[in-house]
Write a protein that binds this ligand. Structure first.
Ligand code: ATP
Length: 362
């Protein structure tokens, strides 16, 4: 059992509190990704689990053990860093086996463990090379190999793919996921890249200013963001936001905004919106939900400033009233900068947030 449990964990550097009381339970064998903007406290949280940073207060447990004050070497976590941290004068095999050698493991056992890690990570052909003779992706695999041979209870990854080019990053994403499936070890993984988080995690923990905004599986985060922060952070390109008001209209509800925008809310949603009626709200709609030209759909008028052709479709970037707005349009569309277009909105895909609190109405 290698559940990781943080109970009311805080961290201050001097007088600056960077993590207010944080509760988080990572299940045995779960792949959890901590994601959030720079400085939100993801690395600090990971380092507290590793023991590289002492928690200021609270309790950290790994499995049955209280590790809060245990030194890093006794926690049985393996950490993989962004900069690989390989020993340049050692071969790949020596790098992978180094930790075992230091602990006095017999040579045959080290060789077997190194061979096993090399097989899993496809490094067999490189075992006698020095890190300087490897590509970035191969170096990162060596760093992962070094983590594997320790047979840790928990793998901790700190932005391991940041130094790789875009194509390699996508390949390594898949490799790490396969590794998790094969080893069945609990993984806590830190990244600032929401696509990485969404594609890799069983569960994504979205952090902001040391707090957890929402922790959920990727699809739940995408379909039901709890607040404006999560809605804006998850999804690329970002969700569009249009400020307006919700008004009762007969038995239904209408969203009204500047520029004669009047969108009747589908009946299914009305019961969730009662707290927002008569209030300033923010309508959220993702660019990918603005492309279906159903004649029954309401539209929002967008003044196009720029066109980004992406191949399968094109993005029209501009403004709806005073709000920035990006619409996904057909690749064959002849829309040009400075055009005014009426963008269809799929009413079933609308999100509403209270302007005063940023919380989703649902
Ligand atoms: P990034 O993606 O930029 O690495 P992060 O979310 O991992 O960001 P942390 O590195 O955990 O953020 O930092 C959280 C906050 O704590 C930041 O405001 C940072 O400046 C501060 N901080 C981190 N380490 C220290 C330290 N040793 N001394 C003082 N402040 C620190």
């Amino acid at each position: 059992m290698s559940q990781v449990r943080l109970d009311q964990v805080t961290k201050s550097f001097g007088s600056v509190a960077v993590i207010p009381p944080l509760d988080l339970v990572i299940a045995d064998k779960e792949f959890v990704v901590l994601v959030g903007p720079s400085g939100c406290g993801k690395t600090t949280t990971l380092r507290m689990i590793a023991g590289l940073e002492q928690a200021t207060s609270g309790e950290i447990r790994i499995g049955e053990r209280d590790v809060t004050t245990l030194r890093p070497g006794l926690r049985n976590c393996s950490m993989v860093f962004q900069n690989y941290a390989l020993y340049p004068h050692m071969t790949v095999a020596e790098n992978i086996g180094y930790g075992m050698k230091v602990r006095g493991t017999p040579k045959e056992d080290i060789n077997a463990a190194v061979a096993n890690a090399a097989r899993i990570l496809n490094l067999g052909a490189y075992l006698n090379r020095k890190p300087s003779a490897l590509s970035g992706g191969q170096r990162q695999r060596v760093a992962i190999g070094r983590a594997i041979v320790r047979q840790p209870d928990v793998f901790l990854f700190d932005e391991p793919l940041s130094n790789l080019d875009a194509k390699l990053r996508i390949e390594m994403r898949t490799e790490i996921k396969l590794l998790h499936r094969r080893l069945q070890t609990t993984i806590v993984y830190v990244t600032h890249d929401q696509v990485e988080a969404m594609t890799m995690a069983d569960r994504v923990v979205v952090m902001n200013q040391g707090r957890i905004e929402q922790a959920a599986d990727p699809i739940t985060l995408y379909e039901s963001p709890k607040n404006l922060f999560v809605a804006a952070f998850i999804g690329a390109p970002s969700m569009n936001f249009v400020e307006g008001r919700l008004e009762a209209d007969g038995g239904g509800v209408v969203f009204r905004a500047d520029g004669d925008v009047a969108i009747t809310v589908p009946a299914r949603m009305v019961k969730h919106l009662s707290a927002g009626i008569g209030q300033a709200v923010v309508l959220g709609i993702r660019p990918e939900h603005t492309m279906t030209a159903d004649p029954a759909f309401p539209t929002i008028r967008v003044h196009v400033a720029d066109i980004e052709p992406l191949g399968p479709h094109t993005l029209a970037i501009g403004k709806a009233g005073a709000s920035a707005f990006t619409a996904q349009i057909h690749a064959a569309s002849r829309v040009r900068p400075e055009d005014m277009i009426d963008v269809p909105i799929d009413p079933e895909k609308m999100h509403f947030f209270l302007k005063s609190t940023g919380e989703a109405l649902r």
